[in-house]
Structures are given as C-alpha cells and as structure tokens.
Design a protein around this ligand. Structure first.
Ligand code: ZN
Length: 271
C-alpha cells in the first residue's frame, strides 16, 4: 500500500491526495513512484472520467525532498556513488525519469486533471501542479522556484515561460520570490482563486461538472490543446531546458563537489 499518496474513486472522479503533510508533501523517489502509480490507475480505469490532485496539510508541496536526511540515503546517495565512474550521467538519467519524464507523462494522460493548490507550491511542487489541465488555487496559494539560489537556472520542468510569459518568468527566476494566487490568476497560470475553506468543494464541483461530458470528447479536447502547445514547441523546449538544468548540476558539482545542496551555501554568499 502507498505510504505517501492516497487514492480513491467516487462517482467517476479519481482523487489523488499528497499525504506527507508532516514533511510539507516534499517528494522523494518513493513519493513520486506512488504518485505515478496513482495516475496510471486513474488513466486506466474506465470508470474514471476526471482526476483531482489535492494535498493534505497546510501546503501543496515544498518540492523535492533535499533534506540532509534524504540526501544521505536512498536515491540521491546511489546517484552520487556513480559520479566517479559515470560523471553526471546518473543524475541526468534519474531526473529524466522521475522529474521531467513523470511530469510530461502526467500532462498527457487522456483525461482531464485538476490540481487544487493551497499554501506553498515550491519548485518541485510546480512539477505536480503545472502538468494538470486546470489549477484551482486557494487564496493563500503561492508559487515559487528559488532554484537559482542553488546555482541552477530553475527546476527540471521549465513551465515558467509557458505559464507566465517571458518577463514574469524571468522575474520569478531571477528574484526567487513567490507569485501569489491572484497574480497567478491574472497571468493565466491558474484558472480561478477561491477562499481556502472552499478549495476542495469548488474543485470537486468542477470535477463533477466535467465528469458528465463524453470521455472521448474530453480526451480529444485535451489532446487538441496539448498538441497545439507542442506545435508551438512546448515539448521540445521542455527537453531543451531540462538539458540546461543538467548543466547547472554539473556546474555546481564542479565548483563545490556537491551537485545540489552544498551548491546553495557556496552560491548564496556570491563568492
Ligand atoms: Zn535537478
């Protein structure tokens, strides 16, 4: 059974819940694997018409779990052990699967997906919200990507420019400051802002409305929009920016001997 992700289906709506609130829904490999299984279940179940992604606790997601405890075990430890022999290739491959790969796959599942976001949605949190078709934000939601502070040019999935336009994307990245729910709505990054107390009710009401539509028509409507984005270059740009991101890890490692966390301390002081 999943430890970090809850999954349920009720009246044609699958609800996927991020359930690691004590760690602010920070994501490690197990968390992402469980989330991916839940998306697969929802995609394959013919009884499911709409997917609702929500989070337990005060915050949607603090991003990738790069706490010292997590860095010292599991996936990150295994990746670091491959650096002497394989250079940065192990990092590139792991992030290609768990970050860019999962997010692109979830973006394209042939059913409407709705993210309900409250509190902080930081860096890797964007990799869960952005791939969803519709984002409902609580009035306390805030979205940020502070990865430039770690010496890297942004998270693994470069949605920024597509979601916010080039100038706001640059401001978000250059300053590491959050964009609040209302500004996100003005930019078209979220569909609507609702009071925190109404977030789940309103997201469920929208999911219920959409679930009454013809499933094949919904899949074709989604495909039409995503294909249009891809004809504009979105998938190729995401891949290209992912490769630029990997250059950031390599640069941090070259300067500090750490591909991620220690890079932050070294870079923070602008040495
Ligand atoms: Zn990375």
């Amino acid at each position: 059974m999943a430890e970090f992700i809850d999954y349920s289906v009720d009246d044609r709506v699958a609800t996927i819940t991020l359930n690691r609130p004590e760690r602010r829904n920070a994501q490690n490999q197990q968390f992402l694997e469980e989330l991916n299984v839940a998306f697969d279940q929802a995609a394959e179940d013919e009884g499911v018409r709409v997917v609702l992604l929500r989070a337990d606790g005060p915050h949607f997601s603090a991003g990738h779990d790069i706490s010292p405890e997590e860095m010292a075990k599991g996936a990150f430890q295994r990746i670091e052990e491959t650096i002497p022999e394989r250079g940065m290739l192990g990092i590139h491959e792991w992030e290609a699967k768990y970050y860019l790969g999962f997010s692109k796959k979830w973006r394209d599942i042939p059913k409407p997906t709705i993210a309900a976001v409250q509190g902080a949605c930081i860096a890797g949190g964007l990799l869960l919200a952005w791939p969803c078709d519709i984002i409902i934000a609580a009035d306390n939601a805030r979205f940020s990507d502070p990865v430039v502070m770690m010496g890297i040019g942004g998270v693994e999935y470069h949605g920024h420019t597509w979601e916010l336009g080039p100038r706001k994307a640059k401001e978000m990245l250059f300053t590491a400051r959050p964009i609040d729910a209302h500004e996100a709505e003005r930019r078209g990054m979220v569909n609507r802002v609702v009071p925190l107390a109404d977030l789940e009710t309103q997201a469920r009401a929208l999911a219920a409305d959409i679930s009454k539509m013809h499933p094949h028509a919904l899949a074709m409507a989604k495909r039409a929009v995503n294909q249009t984005m891809d004809i504009m270059g979105q998938s190729a740009a995401l891949q290209s920016c992912f490769d630029i991101h990997q250059l950031g890890h390599a640069s941090a490692y070259g300067q500090t001997g750490q591909w991620m966390v220690a890079g932050m301390d070294a870079v923070k002081g602008n040495k």
